[in-house]
Ligand binder design. Sequence first.
Ligand code: PMT
Length: 398
Amino acid sequence: MSNLSGQKIIVGVTGGIAAYKSCELIRRLADRGALVKVVMTPGAEAFVTPLTFQALSGSPVHTDLLDPEAEAGMGHIELARWADKIVIAPATANFLARLSQGRAEDLLSTVCLAAKADISVAPSMNQAMWINAATQKNLSLIEQLGINIVGPDSGDQACGDIGLGRMTEPMKIIAALELDSASNPLTGKKVVITAGPTLEALDPVRYLSNHSSGKMGYAIAMASVRAGAETVLVSGPVNLDCPLGVKRIEVTSCAEMQSAAMAEAAKADVFIATAAVADYRPEQASPQKIKKHGNEMAIKLVRNPDILAKVAALGDHLFCVGFAAESEKLIENASKKLISKNLNLIVANDISDQSIGFGSDENAVTLIGPDFELELGKSHKRLIARKILEVIGEEITK
Ligand code: PMT
């Protein structure tokens, strides 16, 4: 039986072409025994009629902020109190902007503002709108509010473009809702994550580093908080806000990352190393800006400590997960790291495909444990993060 059975779920439908997929979502939620009420924005009514959703949910559809039929004329409050969960699918760029600002100018945004229920959104929009900095800023604010973002997927779009922005398929949205409702083995555990690049100083103005954006590590931190874990993020310099509920320790060099990670991991249950740590650092960082001398310059580099291997050596109390960014022989090279660093799990990341891995919103990885391999196809880093934590949860309860 689905853990959504008996749950009171508001499906919010906003005005995007993917509104037709909400019909399938509502049907499948009802199949699972969920009690569904539908709230539509005026824009949504241009795509699907309220009658369709009424027939599928078996309940009148709500469209008006000022509802004379509601007992005290305050339908938004009654709906907000009723819901265990709210899922907005599709969520347009416009609606996400309203949600991020806490606006209350239509019934759906007002219900979201008044509700204590868990809120999930399944964004749906043209790919250019999705990558627009304004949309990404709104999404980051929404994440800060603890709202769960499911998707979007990439592929052909109704407008003829190809890219990220398609609403995630209804069954994947339901899987995300079920995962959120599941009792989670990570609840109450301490999870420490390293993320982003390290910067190794050459002099006061120059450094060696790499292209890690921190997106993968931050997505894991968000998923970890949602799973109920005490979450610590040891982060190299990135341009991302700290997710709500996460303790972030900002570091710059490998040496700083190592000391913060070792201190936090000593009392942790799970350690996940997503950081792209510089393997080498300049032997000496000059205290003064290095001046130009001739046409060539040699810098002597020395090996940085392997943070993950050192943390893994802290003891068996810790479930240790590494990432392996590989441009060839993905599985073979990642499997070697699993053994050489004494890990419980390694996430193999094929960085020869530039649309995934460093800096991108999407990833495609293979999870390799001592006795299993699990391939996770190309998907948003948020979804990959959730799946990785699901697998860790299963492994630590074995
Ligand atoms: O940050 P994003 O832009 O979202 O990109 C994500 C990512 C591509 C950086 C991430 O998914 C990833 O693959 N991270 C590991 C990159 C890497 O440096 O792999 P590696 O094969 O060099 O190292 C293997 C493991 O050892 C990693 O878990 C790494 O964090 C850890 N390590 C490596 C060297 C070192 N000195 N200390 C470490 O802890």
